[in-house]
Design a protein around this ligand. Structure first.
Ligand code: 5AD
Ligand code: SF4
Length: 441
């Protein structure tokens, strides 16, 4: 296979994969390999995969198959991300069309792996090296108005259904100085909003410039001082790691947006225990109450799993009850998918597919009611939105509300502008607005 001259990265799954994809792109570009333009054929295709549920991995393998062109040729293919970590050498047995396998903690070695593949090798690198990949990456070279920044990675929670502790490894917090300098360079390159990422971001801990030890709150208070940065968000949090300081920050840090993604997964305490979640339905609800006391307009988002092994009809009803109690602004809900190597995959009483389908449908119907009600509650309100992309209609732009709602508005404003709008219309997944004025930078 020839040395590739350009590349394309396709990221699946979570926001951290989007972030990793950007970092891989910057790394290859810094070595002189440009990203393929839209419509242009790429010599190297990197599939940055997700392993959290079954279909995502299957999708990655079928995407590999689709890389083969009509004439039988294909680009160099690198399988990256969590499927690569979990499958390691198996991936190349499953598909002869995979040249490189690179795990999420090893992608700083990508240029070297590409060289090996160009010489005919089939390198597999799923090490979790002691030297952080972040130290081996070039500085940030570009940013859109809304940027992701990984501050913590891995997870020590070991929820019994989840592969993340195995694919992303043990929980690590990036050092304070690295995070602050990456945030500064993102803002210099146009970021007005930063979302701090971690599989369990609320477990972040570190030491500031003065040597004071602190958690996410301390970091957020520091980043909020960056001129030109208007909005801060973080995701994903675990209910067992939320502290008083973080709750308080939502009450007094203006740049910290009133939005919290706090997965509950299920409403039954017996199921939560079997999931090893370290919280109960009641402790979760009390926590939400504390956030809403600090910041009354807080929007709550969540993740749900239906059909965890042994979940009875009555236990599923408890999930519906917690949805009504919280009134989620948005949510992600999934059918339980057994992941090889996780404790829940070997549990008895795996739930039948049709029962799962029925539960998912009922849950999603309820979640949609709540998100529409939340969107409707904004009609008539005025607030700033951050313009992120063009809409389909001429002159239409799409921005994000403080509560992460996609908001459509007709305006001459450009991507990266912050504009004040009035909400006229609420749809299930978006808002329609009219323009009031542009907010000065
Ligand atoms: N099956 C279904 N959903 C899962 N999630 C994690 N592991 C599984 C699994 N095995 C969901 C959880 C988590 C989100 C990222 O994905 O709800 O919060
Ligand atoms: Fe997975 Fe649980 Fe860790 Fe979230 S907290 S990444 S669900 S193990």
């Amino acid at each position: 296979m020839n040395e590739p001259k350009n590349f394309r990265i396709k990221s699946f799954g979570c926001q951290m994969n989007v972030y990793d994809g950007e970092r891989m792109a910057e790394l290859l570009s810094s070595k002189g390999m440009p990203e393929a333009k839209e419509g242009e054929e790429a010599d190297l295709v990197i599939l940055n995969t997700c392993h959290i549920r079954e279909k995502a991995a299957e999708k990655a393998y079928s995407d590999v198959g689709r890389m083969v062109r009509e004439d039988g040729s294909r680009p160099m293919v690198a399988l990256a991300g969590c499927v690569a970590q979990a499958e390691a050498g198996e991936a190349q047995k499953r598909s002869k069309n995979i040249d490189i396998v690179v795990g999420p903690q090893a992608y700083h070695r990508l240029p070297d792996l590409v060289d090996q593949a160009a010489k005919g090798g089939r390198p597999v690198d799923t090490d979790m090296p002691a030297i952080s990949k972040f130290d081996a990456m070039p500085a940030r070279s570009k940013s859109g108005p809304s940027a992701f920044l990984t501050v913590a990675e891995g997870c020590d929670k070991f929820c019994t259904y989840c592969v993340v502790p195995y694919t992303r490894g043990a929980e690590i917090s990036r050092p304070w100085g690295d995070i602050v300098s990456e945030a500064l360079s993102l803002v210099e390159r146009g970021a007005r909003e930063i979302t701090l990422l971690g599989q369990n971001v609320s477990a972040w801990s570190g030491q500031d410039e003065k040597g004071r030890t602190g958690g996410l709150e301390l970091l957020i208070r520091r980043l909020a001082k960056i001129d030109g940065l208007e909005r801060l968000r973080y995701t994903t949090s675990h209910p067992a790691d939320m502290d008083e300081g973080l709750i308080a920050a939502h009450g007094d840090v203006d740049k910290l947006m009133p939005y919290l993604h706090l997965p509950v997964q299920a409403g039954s305490d017996r199921i939560l225990k079997a999931m090893n979640r370290h919280h109960t339905a009641e402790s979760y609800l009390k926590l939400i109450e504390r956030f809403r006391t600090a910041r009354p307009d807080m929007a709550i988002s969540g993740d749900f799993i239906v059909g965890f092994p042994g979940e009875s009809d009555a236990e599923f009803e408890e999930t519906l009850a917690i949805v009504d109690a919280v009134r989620y602004a948005s949510a992600y809900s999934f059918k339980y998918s057994p992941r090889p190597g996780t404790p829940a995959a070997d549990m008895e009483d795996q739930i039948e597919a049709d029962v799962m389908d029925d539960r998912l449908q009922r849950l999603q119907a309820k979640l949609s009611e709540h998100s529409l009600a939340f969107n409707r509650s904004k009609v008539g309100q005025t607030f700033p939105i951050l313009i992120e992309r063009k809409g389909k209609k001429p002159g239409q732009m799409i921005g994000k509300s403080p509560w992460l709602q996609s908001t459509f508005v007709e305006t001459g404003a450009v991507i990266g502008d912050m504009v004040e709008v009035r909400i006229e219309q609420a749809l299930p997944n978006s808002l329609g607005a009219t323009l009031l004025e542009k907010v000065p930078a």
